[in-house]
Design a binder for this molecule. Sequence first.
Ligand code: ASP
Length: 345
Amino acid sequence: MLNRRKFILTSLGASVAASLFRGVAKASAPQTSAGKPVVVSTWAPNVKANRAAWEVLSSGGRALDAVVKGVQIPEADPEDNSVGYGGLPDRDGRVTLDSCVMDEFGQCGSVMALEHIMHPVLVAKLVMEKTPHVQLVGEGALRFALENGFQKQNLLTPESEKAWKEWLKRSQYDPMRSVHELEEKIKKLQLNNIPWPSAYLNHDTIGMIALDRKGNLGGACTTSGMAFKMHGRVGDSPIIGAGLYVDNEAGAATATGIGEEVVKICGAHTITEAMRRGLSPEAACKEAIRRIVKNNGEKAKNIQVGFIALNKKGQVGAFAVRKGFTYCVTLNHQTKVYEAKSWFV
Ligand code: ASP
């Protein structure tokens, strides 16, 4: 999160920042006929990922191909410390990646706790296409990747290594660390009268869902998971039905935030089924958030989970537990960033 903020503050420059600021809408995206093709991703900094996906969609390409192309942008970005290369490591200092894909035929593939491979999403896609399985984990996933021509790379950047060494001094696992750091940062910016949209600074896992010109859905989700997790911990992101689900009759949904909470309610599948029953994408996301809030009672306020969803009509919706969850929508060659409505305001 620190790296991401530094990147935004130092690399974008004031005028670009101002134009991005103008693009951040305060309310959710319109529920009415968004249309197609359309692509939606978690977190405002993923506008670049949306643009990459849009290139595929606008030339008539398939939703799955679009999202696989899109999510590779943050996977390869060393400044993004929650996805792929540059992702914060586990408590042993190892960068372990989780990723999955799902297409319009209900086919899916995923890799969990995969090390040394910059684009886990491509390995997940190959698991779907080339194996009789859905999930490969750890050593087996790595062996499969290497057998298929992927190169081993060191994914731990000096910045992430430094953050890990700093963390080791206290060694306290705090899944809300990034949210709290963000809130601190916003306070400082406000004190200095720097007009940054608070929502723009936030970023975690990328989940991306799309509807292509033919009316087919596809999705991908990819992450380095919670920073300083136990070695071997797997979150929601590579779990089909939790971090991602695509049903070509009903819709698609994906998640970000504390993965354990998403797994407990089968988040993305819950949302897709709610859309099948006729709920709008936003109402379906809200229903999933309601279950997380109910599960956690008093503690719910200190949890962040955000969902995005897309139905067959191209309508988009989102909902989060707390304020500050942003998402990007690209439609008609235009990318807009929205802040999701939240349970706690
Ligand atoms: N959902 C991810 C996980 O639990 C993390 C995130 O979105 O920040 O691994």
